[in-house]
Write a new protein. Structure first.
Length: 88
């Protein structure tokens, strides 16, 4: 009986962690954000989707020291490199 209860507890904890990971980035989809990366650059754009460890932005502008540049097309950011995300 004890091993079954332990297995169920582990499965419940893993399901909770999976749900938390999914929900953490879900509220920003289809909103304009400013994403600051770990190298000091930042991107402003509309989050269209999140696919695994990636964040997909459209209508994006990259801001680097010394200026900014509008980007045609889609920008894909690795979420582990995002230091913070500000919803505009």
């Amino acid at each position: 009986m004890l091993p079954t209860a332990c297995v169920l507890l582990v499965l419940l904890v893993l399901a909770g962690l999976g749900a938390l990971r999914w929900w953490t980035w879900r509220p920003v989809v289809k909103q304009r954000v400013l994403a600051q990366l770990d190298d000091g650059s930042s991107f402003e754009g509309v989050v269209m989707s999140r696919r695994g460890p990636l964040l997909v932005l459209v209508d994006a502008v990259v801001r680097i020291p010394g200026g900014e540049q509008r980007i045609d097309g889609t920008v894909v950011l690795e979420r582990p490199r995002v230091v913070f995300l500000q919803v505009m």
